[in-house]
Write a protein that binds this ligand. Structure first.
Ligand code: AP5
Length: 220
């Protein structure tokens, strides 16, 4: 199964993708995570995209198409893929079709997390992650069970993304409206789009996604 999670910054794409990885053994293909890894590793590509990401603008289609192609090549064909933050432009949507077809894969569903943009600034500026294992938290919606200790690995080191400030979030939203939202009608016309309420509690959003994906296939 190959699915896209589509929605503006802070809609909950990464949160839901992480759960699908755990529950269904699918692979999360997050272009944002791949770009941040390249930036943090100081690769030539990472250095090139660092300022663009910090400003909240989109990096080139060519770069992200290449990252997705490489990741798909590294996966078993039978493993499902969750595209998180990709595609983000009409050109990337065309590239994804080509990348999937070339690997005997097909797109099964595009799940739109519909959200109130005003609430997203609060979600994003309150977000932080464990510096050691990457587990995600939020100042108000998802605190660790023990204050300042990661639930997953016990680390006490946390970090925030440099593009998670109110000013950059506004640019990221504008990029979404101008370049990514126009993809939605394309998928709707193909009968692939499923819209769910991304403002509901995390568990309710998860249940809505499960209802779309159906039962987990039994292992042979
Ligand atoms: P990327 O990393 O993709 O960021 P984004 O799309 O802005 O999305 P986010 O990761 O901010 O949000 P999310 O929807 O995953 O929300 P989350 O689950 O964390 O991209 C970063 C940058 O990289 C871009 O600006 C661009 O420069 C570049 N880039 C990446 N891909 C690109 C591409 N394809 N082409 C060109 N450039 C690209 O949730 C947010 C918070 O809310 C969390 O704290 C979470 O706990 C909380 N939360 C989640 N769901 C709920 C809920 N239902 N109720 C309450 N709180 C919730």
């Amino acid at each position: 199964m190959n699915i896209i999670l589509l929605g503006p910054p802070g809609a909950g794409k990464g949160t839901q993708a992480a759960r699908l990885v755990n529950e269904r053994g699918m692979a999360q293909l997050s272009t944002g995570d791949m770009l941040r890894a390249a930036r943090d590793a100081g690769t030539p590509m990472g250095l090139k995209v660092s300022a663009i990401m910090k400003a909240g603008e989109l990096v080139s289609d060519e770069i992200v198409d290449g990252l997705i192609g490489d990741k798909l090549d590294s996966m078993p064909v039978a493993q499902g893929a969750i595209f998180d933050g990709y595609p983000r432009t009409a050109a990337q949507a065309v590239s994804l079709d080509d990348l999937l077809a070339a690997r005997a894969r097909k797109l099964d569903a595009v799940i739109e997390l519909a959200v109130d943009e005003d609430a997203l600034v609060d979600r994003i500026t309150g977000r932080y992650t464990c510096a050691k294992c990457g587990a995600g938290y939020h100042d108000r919606y998802k605190l660790p069970k023990v204050s300042d200790v990661c639930d997953v690995c016990g680390s006490t080191e946390f970090s925030r993304r440099p593009d998670d400030n109110a000013e950059t979030v506004r640019t990221r939203m504008a990029e979404y409206r101008a370049k990514t939202a126009p993809i939605l009608p394309i998928y709707e016309a193909r009968g692939l789009l499923r819209k769910i309420d991304g403002m509901a509690d995390i568990g309710i959003v998860s249940a809505a996604i499960e209802a779309i994906l159906g039962p987990i296939p039994a292992k042979n």
